[in-house]
Design a protein around this ligand. Structure first.
Ligand SMILES: [Zn+2]
Length: 154
């Protein structure tokens, strides 16, 4: 997998250029990536997990949109957030096309990442019965940036 911790100038040409849609690169388009703090890097790039009940959005329930902290892509809506009491923000649905699922190296879980930039988000679980959709995206707060509805551009 492409390691974003080793920036490759070939993959990040000057702003505005577009990479071919086909090919082995998962990062096909150039994009502006936010600089990350070491703790953000630990989770987003090195697929770490923030401590339960420590994240800033675990008990955030205002209306708004949760965006990728690294590339800004919209990932989740507050309407799909629910309180699973698991210690991390939980959603039972994603914004269509925004989240990619892939097998976790542990062989058990399903990892989720930002479909746009590959930032690690957390894991998705199905069949737990929390909501009618029977799906729980268990997402690290630090992988996201919450944009309250009143701050969104209309
Ligand atoms: Zn992203």
């Amino acid at each position: 997998m492409l390691q974003l911790s080793q920036p490759n100038s070939r993959l990040f040409p000057s702003q505005g250029s577009v990479y071919p849609k086909e090919g082995p690169n998962r990062l096909r388009f150039t994009m502006k990536l936010n600089e990350l703090t070491p703790e953000e890097e630990r989770v987003i790039i090195y697929k770490g997990t923030e401590a339960p009940f420590s994240g800033e959005y675990e008990s955030e329930f205002r209306p708004g949109i949760y965006c990728c902290r690294r590339c800004g892509a919209a990932l989740y809506r507050s309407e799909d957030k629910f309180d699973a009491h698991c210690g991390w923000p939980s959603f039972d649905d994603e914004i269509p096309g925004a989240v990619r699922r892939l097998p976790d190296p542990d062989g058990m879980r399903t990892e989720i990442e930002c479909a746009r930039c590959g930032a690690h988000l957390g894991h998705v679980f199905v069949g737990e019965g929390f909501t009618r959709k029977n799906t729980r995206h268990c997402v690290n707060s630090i992988s996201m940036r919450f944009v309250p509805k009143e701050k969104q551009l209309t």
